[in-house]
Design a protein around this ligand. Structure first.
Ligand code: NAD
Length: 430
């Protein structure tokens, strides 16, 4: 049993504690106030009034579980990782992989500056390459006008920094696409970039005598990348043969988009769980990740796996990571704010790197399980309680039904219903 925690994310027996005991340890680790801890523990993190201001036609809220992955050592610092997800075994898998990676020093990460790209679609130009030159010649003027829209961002060292122009020959005729490169600092940046794109469009139209239609950020955030690498010790993984099995699983994903989609989905299990916990735009992250994976024309893994000279498994990830600490729901959702405090991140770039490390860990866990006993053994055990609930079990019956299915190795909805009926009729007879 754990009674107190120092600043380590390695907490033996964490998974065996009750939710309240876990929350107490996390509170201590992250220095949460009573109010912040109870916001999480009460499962009433978002008021109806606030929800009604966030989106349209609000009728209430839906709560999903918030777990914490342990064991993460990133750039020599311990992190407890808040993960909001409805799928069993993701949090456990991340914690297990992070534990394996700790043996050889955890994860090291890096990132590009937080540059997002905004696109301005110019049409109805008869001489598109001429128009391209005109726009490039007006670069300083366009960038200055863009930056005039967001003095706050500029003051923080961000803002529009550069632009590219490309000519596309489309089924609707030639188009000249201006791409504005905007350093978004600690914002995800979609609103900031879209505002800039809309502001510079009339200037581009005037200069080129063309017609601008779309003025919008691209979610293929190829200039806002987060990277992480790790060495997974072969003994901690289970031996040299496990390393080879994982490499074989990785080769399958490299060769086949059908396998690769699920390989990358496993990565996003971790990335999106942290994103949801911290109030990020999860759709933007998904779109960016998959588009980046397909940028060569062949849909590829976001991770790489190799064997080093010692025979250990070496993993890397490079993934677009448009995340923010301000703007969007990050700064409005009370639980998201507490989750950011648990992570203790000081910048969006730091958050992006942590999320990349979680994605890499999640991928390692999935490849290890898939190439060994398969994921169903562990997954279904954890899923048994969900099946019991879906079959109608309540209270203590949930665990009784789940345990019986696990013991019988028949973790199925129809069996859960049968067990439930058996238990109910046994109660009636007594
Ligand atoms: P935002 O406009 O709420 O906040 C960004 C602004 O905050 C900046 O423009 C800046 O003026 C200010 N700011 C203050 N401190 C800052 C700091 N330290 N770093 C950076 N900026 C700082 O939000 P946003 O990040 O521009 O936009 C994110 C929202 O846009 C999300 O809710 C997302 O869902 C939504 N959105 C996404 C898309 C898309 O992804 N395609 C499209 C439209 C809108």
């Amino acid at each position: 049993m754990v009674s107190s925690v120092s600043k380590t994310s390695q907490i033996p027996g964490f998974y065996k504690l009750s939710p309240l005991e876990r929350l107490r340890l996390v509170k201590e680790f992250a220095g949460l106030s009573e109010e912040e801890a109870s916001l999480i523990g009460s499962m009433k993190g978002l008021s109806l009034e606030l929800a009604d201001r966030m989106i349209e036609n609000v009728i209430g809220g839906i709560t999903i579980p918030l777990g914490v992955a342990a064991n993460f050592l990133i750039n020599g610092r311990d992190y407890l990782i808040p993960m909001a997800i409805e799928e069993p075994s993701v949090v456990a898998a991340a914690s297990n992989a992070a534990k394996i990676c700790r043996v050889k020093g955890g994860f090291t990460t890096s990132a590009t500056p937080p540059i997002m790209i905004g696109q301005i679609q110019l049409t109805k130009v008869v001489d598109p390459h001429w128009a391209k030159m005109v726009i490039l010649e007006s670069k300083d003027e366009i960038i200055a006008l863009a930056n005039a829209q967001d003095p706050v961002l500029v003051k923080l060292g961000g803002g529009a920094k550069d632009l590219d122009v490309k000519v596309l020959h489309t089924m609707a005729g030639p188009m000249v696409i201006t791409e504005l490169h905007v350093d978004c600092r600690d914002a995800m940046g979609a609103n900031a970039v879209n505002t800039m794109c809309e502001a510079v469009a009339p200037l581009i139209e005037r200069k080129t005598r063309g017609k601008v239609y779309l003025r919008i950020i691209t979610n293929l955030a190829s200039k806002r990348l987060a990277r992480a690498k790790t060495v997974a010790d072969k003994a901690a993984l289970g031996g040299s043969s496990v390393v080879d099995d994982i490499l074989s699983a990785y080769a399958f994903a490299v060769a086949d988009p059908y396998r690769c989609a699920t390989h990358n989905k496993g990565i996003m299990n971790g990335v999106i769980a942290v994103a949801l916990a911290t109030g990020q735009d999860t759709r933007a992250l998904e779109a960016g990740a998959h588009a980046y994976a397909a940028r060569s024309g062949h849909y590829s893994p976001l991770t790489t796996w190799e064997k080093n000279e010692e025979g250990d498994l070496v993993g890397t990830i490079e993934i677009p990571m448009a995340v923010g600490l301000i703007g969007g729901a990050t700064a409005t959702h009370p639980v998201a704010k507490v989750c950011l405090k648990i992570l203790g991140v000081k910048s969006a770039v730091e958050l992006a790197q942590i999320m990349a490390a979680v994605g890499l860990a999640q991928n390692l866990a999935a490849l290890r399980a898939l190439s060994q006993e398969g994921i169903q053994k562990g997954h279904m055990k954890l899923h048994a309680r969900n099946i019991a609930i879906a079959a109608g079990a309540e209270g203590s019956l949930v665990d009784i039904v789940a345990q019986k299915m696990i013991a019988e190795k028949r973790i199925r909805f129809d069996r859960a219903k049968e067990i439930l009926e058996e238990l109910k009729s046994a109660v009636k007879q007594t």
